[in-house]
Ligand binder design. Structure first.
Ligand code: GAL
Length: 355
C-alpha cells in the first residue's frame, strides 16, 4: 500500500477509535447514577432496601450487605423520653447480595427475632443494632457481631451469631459484657494477619474500647485498649489503607446527626491522631444529615473505598435512608466530599474529572 492510502486508512481508523472512546465516556457519564444519597433505594424486587446501621462483606466475588430490618410502628417508650429514644420492635437482620454494588437481591432475614421468649436477646422488645459480619477462613464460618440491648439501652451487651453460608441462617450464640464493661455502638475490623477486633462505645459511651477477639472470633481475647477517653463518641468505623489505620466516629446525639470525626494511627492499638471532620461540602457539619455505619473497599479497584451511613428518620425509623459516598485520599489525607449522585465508575475516572 502506498503512503497516501496508508495515511487515509490510519485517519479513518483514528476517527473511529476516537468516536468509540467518546461514546464510551459519554455512556459512562450519562448512565443513571447508581447512588442518590438520601433517596429511597430499591432492591431487585422493587422494594425499599431495609438494612440499617449495616456492614458489608465481600465473599466469593459477591458483596453482602447486612443491616437492621426496621419495620412496624415507631414508638417512644416512656423510659426513653428524656433522650428522644424512638424505637421499632426487633424483627431481625436482613441481608442483600450484589455483584456490582448497584443491583441488590434480598436474601431475607438471616437472623430472626425470637418472639417466644421475652428474656431472649433477640426478643422484639429488645434492641439489636449495628450488625457486622466477617468470614473466618480457618473455621469457614461467617461471624456476626451485634449491639444487644434492653429497651432502655441499659443492658449494653455484645452479641455474636454464626453461619455456614453468607446468607445464613445465623445461629445466635449469646452475648457478653466484654472486659467487664458496657458495650453499645460497635464495629468489627479484621486485619491482614487474620486477627479480628471489635471497636465499641464503653464506659457509658464516654470511651471507645478496641478489643482483640479470640482466635475463632467468637469471644474476646482479653487484650484491649481504651482510646479517646472521655470523648463521648459512637458509630465507630475502622479500616486500613496502605498500612495506616483509619477511625471514623460520630458524637452521641441519638438519632440526630452531628460532625464526623477522623483519627489515624500506624497500629490498631494507637496512638491515634485526631484529624477533625473529613466531610467537605454543604452540611459537612451534620455528616450530610447522616451517621456513619461502615467503610469497605471496592473489589479490584486500588484505593477505592465507600463510606456507608444512615440518614435516620427518628419518628418513622423504617423510612430511614442511606448515604453512601466515595472516600477520596490526598496523599494519606482522607476527605469525604458530598456528591448528590454518583456511580462506581467514579473510581475509574481520573482525579481531576472527579469533581
Ligand atoms: C445512635 C446509635 C444508633 C442507635 C441510636 C438510638 O446514636 O448510633 O445505632 O442506637 O443512637 O438513639
Amino acid at each position: 500500500m502506498n503512503n497516501a492510502r496508508l495515511g487515509f486508512w490510519r485517519g479513518w481508523f483514528g476517527m473511529l477509535a476516537r468516536g468509540f472512546a467518546i461514546c464510551l465516556a459519554a455512556a459512562t457519564l450519562c448512565a443513571e447514577p447508581a447512588f442518590i444519597p438520601g433517596e429511597v433505594w430499591l432492591d431487585t424486587a422493587g422494594n425499599p432496601i431495609n438494612a440499617h446501621g449495616g456492614g458489608m462483606l465481600y465473599f466469593n466475588h459477591t458483596y453482602y450487605w447486612y443491616g437492621e430490618n426496621k419495620a412496624g410502628a415507631t414508638t417512644m417508650p416512656v423510659v426513653n423520653k428524656s433522650w428522644d429514644g424512638y424505637r421499632v420492635d426487633v424483627t431481625g437482620i436482613r441481608c442483600y447480595s450484589s455483584k456490582d454494588l448497584v443491583h441488590w437481591r434480598d436474601e431475607g432475614l438471616v437472623l430472626k427475632a425470637q418472639t417466644n421468649n421475652p428474656a431472649h436477646d433477640l426478643h422484639p422488645s429488645k434492641v439489636v443494632e449495628r450488625p457486622k459480619v466477617a468470614y473466618h477462613a480457618k473455621t469457614r464460618r461467617f461471624v456476626m457481631w451485634l449491639h444487644i440491648d434492653s429497651l432502655d439501652y441499659q443492658a449494653a451487651r455484645a452479641g455474636v451469631a454464626v453461619a455456614n453460608a453468607p446468607t445464613g441462617p445465623f445461629a445466635y450464640v449469646g452475648s457478653v459484657r466484654p472486659e467487664g464493661a458496657d458495650s453499645r455502638d460497635q464495629t468489627l475490623f479484621v486485619d491482614e494477619d487474620g486477627k479480628a477486633y471489635r471497636i465499641y462505645s464503653s464506659e457509658t459511651n464516654l470511651t471507645t474500647y478496641i478489643s482483640q477477639l479470640s482466635d475463632d472470633w467468637l469471644g474476646h481475647a482479653g487484650k484491649y485498649a481504651r482510646v479517646f477517653p472521655g470523648a463521648h463518641i459512637e458509630a465507630q468505623i475502622v479500616f486500613k489503607r496502605r498500612g495506616k489505620y483509619y477511625f471514623l466516629a460520630s458524637a452521641c446525639t441519638g438519632w440526630d446527626p452531628n460532625p464526623l470525626r477522623l483519627a489515624v494511627a500506624d497500629s490498631i492499638w494507637g496512638p491515634w491522631r485526631e484529624c477533625g471532620n473529613p466531610c467537605v461540602g454543604p452540611d459537612a457539619a451534620t455528616t450530610f444529615h447522616s451517621q456513619g455505619a461502615f467503610v469497605f473497599p471496592v473489589a479490584g479497584q486500588p484505593d477505592a473505598f465507600i463510606f456507608m451511613a444512615d440518614r435516620w428518620n427518628k419518628k418513622d425509623l423504617p423510612d430511614s435512608r442511606y448515604v453512601w459516598l466515595p472516600l477520596v485520599f490526598e496523599q494519606d489525607q482522607l476527605k469525604l466530599p458530598w456528591l448528590p449522585e454518583w456511580s462506581p465508575s467514579f473510581f475509574a475516572a481520573k482525579p481531576a474529572v472527579r469533581w
